[in-house]
Design a protein around this ligand. Sequence first.
Ligand SMILES: Cc1cc2nc3c(=O)[nH]c(=O)nc-3n(C[C@H](O)[C@H](O)[C@H](O)COP(=O)(O)OP(=O)(O)OC[C@H]3O[C@@H](n4cnc5c(N)ncnc54)[C@H](O)[C@@H]3O)c2cc1C
Length: 386
Amino acid sequence: MDVPTKEERTAIRESVRQLCRDFPDPYWREVDKKELYPHAFVDALTKSGYLAALIPEEYGGAGLGITEASIILEEINRAGGNSTACHAQMYIMGTLLRHGSEEQKRRYLPGIARGDLRLQAFAITEPNAGSETTRIETRAVRNGDRYIVNGQKIFISRVKQSDLMLLLARTTPYDELQDKTRGLSAFIVDLRNVKGKLEVQPLDLMINHHTNTVFLEDVEIPAENLIGEEGMGFRYIIDGWNAERILIAAESVGDGRWFIERASKYASERVVFGRPIGVNQGIQFPIAEAYAHIEAADLMRYEAAAKFDRREKCGAEANMAKYLASEAAWEAANVCLNTFGGYGFARDYDVERKFRETRLLTTAPVSNNLVLAFLGQNVLGMPRSY
Ligand SMILES: Cc1cc2nc3c(=O)[nH]c(=O)nc-3n(C[C@H](O)[C@H](O)[C@H](O)COP(=O)(O)OP(=O)(O)OC[C@H]3O[C@@H](n4cnc5c(N)ncnc54)[C@H](O)[C@@H]3O)c2cc1C
């Protein structure tokens, strides 16, 4: 991969900004209020090729690095949009890219790059396992040339907006394993042609996220849809975690900048007691402090992304970037809401929507407690909680 120049990165940023101008605040407000999926936006992003940023050129993608992919998602959130509607395709696809067979890559990646296929759903979380992924119970049993899957997944987003779903399921019972990180396998489920019963029940959440409980009853998956080796699925998923954390960090930075920009502008314009509220240090300083935290987190995000793109170890940096940026974005969200006073709660100002949306990033796709546990246990060598 050729590393894009600074000018090329600026051009990507400008071009995403331009695309986002066609989807201003009222678009996202309506999508949120009516709980719609932002099809028009995702279609435009797909058409522009940005959603296929990480797919290598030989499979029809742009062949860019995680730094550029992160700039794309940052700009969407900075423009007031919500890239969680489509970001997962970027990091799910990495599992297929790194661990899929050549035949699987040729079967799916060009279609994803063209926008004919969507791989936006990944089914890992289960009610009885939660953050302890190695405890998942959904079972895939091999029967000749197929696997038969039974179980339940929870919090699975965009299943109805996807053609393909990455599924993590147990192929060896937990009790039979020496190494508990083995025994799980990753599959591509073709949602257009499910044999067996796959029931999708939407969850009623505080954000517009198209998230569901999924019940699988005797769902048949052709053995050729197994990714890599049977029993190695957890390892493959972990491999994608650094990319995921860097992308989430960038989205958080985008949100943070949106909040800071809106708060600074409002604080400068809103006059109470005969002067702009922004002259009061109780309003001005929290905005400046949140700004400093966002900018600091952004440096860690670029450090993590640069190491990732150089194929260096970046677990510590990726986790720190995710933690710092999501917490800084949440701080900026609260500061912005305080600045807007009562108007912050009015839908027309978009602050309450972004406030809800950015809160998710401290919890999903991974909770910040688990990020801190990674730093405490894996980087600092302290005792393990799990
Ligand atoms: C909107 C939304 C969309 C989602 N989309 C998807 C999706 O598409 N696919 C998917 O597979 N999952 C998805 N998830 C699931 C998400 O990844 C999980 O919610 C998250 O990983 C935490 O799991 P849990 O909710 O079961 O929390 P739990 O594991 O029950 O944890 C509850 C709390 O305890 C803390 N905790 C647990 N263990 C420890 C420990 N050892 N040390 C310190 N603290 C600990 C956690 O950090 C958390 O704060 C989504 C979740 C949401 C809310």
